[in-house]
Write a protein that binds this ligand. Structure first.
Ligand code: PBG
Length: 331
């Protein structure tokens, strides 16, 4: 019996030592490319736990200050604010009220850390409508695209005036980027940037978020969010948004849509971000609680995979904690 010839090519050489592996690593993580989503709830004096997202809370207007200061101290690149109002109505009027919870929270946060990181706001109606949809409804109960654009235009002006530097358009209405850009430019907010949640899929992974914002939605969002099977359409949506003037485009959720993310990253001339959503967070937390996976390694690997697929920035509920680990250099 003759022995097999020795391999001519040995990729394992570069995996030999920690130092070599570090030197040839293709994807590094940096706190500056992480964004922390934050919930702020009206009418509470203490942070309220969210049952389906262990470790994440609904902040009070007071406790949010410490949370954003911690994020800034850890070097996190930005925060994305969501408001949880006490009362909701058909048109989501809290969203356009300068004294509505999201707009008040934006002023508080901009005041606290506006120079240290980028203050961003969710521009969508679902947290504020009593029916829970991302837009206003027509007489037949369907989400009325163009009437919703009028509401988004108003929201954009209030959010920009409150100190949001980057508006996160997450409603998936046609023409929303152009409509909001036009409204901003016409009102002296030409410098306020737009993050378009371009390829936002109708996903089961938003489940815990709906708890977090106490969503009243019945039914689903399939007439406006993308069908999870559609890859080409995700790219198309991103291209439309870039054409309408989006400064940044996003793919969401992240983990189950890495192919879409890679497609958009290859074609986009603007930065491409990805949102590691609530369900992605909760799955890892739940498995780690059972001792079924190594929490820290799973968190790092999940975010790294999203970066590797092409995201320039990742929105993740672990942003501050992960930034801390990265700064310790013990990744
Ligand atoms: C809509 C919005 C949603 C999320 C962010 N913005 C929920 C939805 O479309 O139902 C989900 C975020 C997450 O799951 O972490 N305003």
């Amino acid at each position: 019996m003759t022995s097999a010839p020795a391999p001519r090519v040995r990729p394992r050489r570069l995996r030999e030592t920690p130092a070599l592996r570090r030197l040839v690593s293709e994807t590094r993580l940096d706190p500056a490319e992480l964004v922390l989503p934050i919930f702020v709830r009206e009418g509470v004096t203490e942070p309220m736990p969210i049952a389906s997202m262990p470790g994440v809370v609904q902040h009070s207007l007071d406790s949010v200050k410490q949370a954003v200061a911690d994020a800034a101290a850890a070097g996190v690149g930005g925060v994305m604010l969501f408001g949880v109002p006490e009362t909701r109505d058909a048109t989501g009027s809290c969203g356009t009220d300068p004294n509505g919870i999201l707009n008040v929270a934006t002023r508080v946060v901009a005041d606290e850390v506006g120079d240290a990181l980028v203050v961003q706001t969710d521009l969508c109606l679902d947290e504020f409508t009593d029916h829970g949809h991302c837009g206003v409804l027509d007489a037949l109960g369907r989400v009325d695209n163009d009437a919703t654009l009028e509401r988004y235009r108003e929201m954009a002006l209030v959010q920009a005036a409150s100190g949001s530097q980057l508006l996160g358009l997450s409603g998936m209405m046609d023409g929303q980027v152009a409509a909001v850009r036009d409204a901003l430019d016409g009102a002296g907010f030409a410098h306020t940037a737009i993050l378009a949640y371009s390829a936002k899929y109708a996903s089961a992974f938003y489940g815990p978020f709906r708890d977090a914002v106490e969503s009243t939605l019945e039914g689903d969002r399939r007439t406006y969010q993308l069908d999870p099977g559609n890859r080409r359409e995700g790219l198309r949506e991103a291209m439309i948004d870039i054409d309408e003037g989006a400064d940044v485009v996003m793919v969401k959720p992240a983990g189950s849509y890495l192919d879409v993310l890679a497609d958009v990253a290859a074609a986009s001339e603007v930065p491409v971000w990805a949102y590691q959503v609530s369900g992605e967070y909760s799955m890892i937390e739940a498995a780690a609680m059972h001792g079924w996976i190594d929490r820290r390694r799973a968190v790092i690997e999940s975010v790294r995979g999203i970066r590797r697929a092409g995201a320039d920035v990742v929105l993740t509920y672990w942003a501050t904690e992960l930034a801390g680990w990265l700064r310790e250099g013990t990744e």
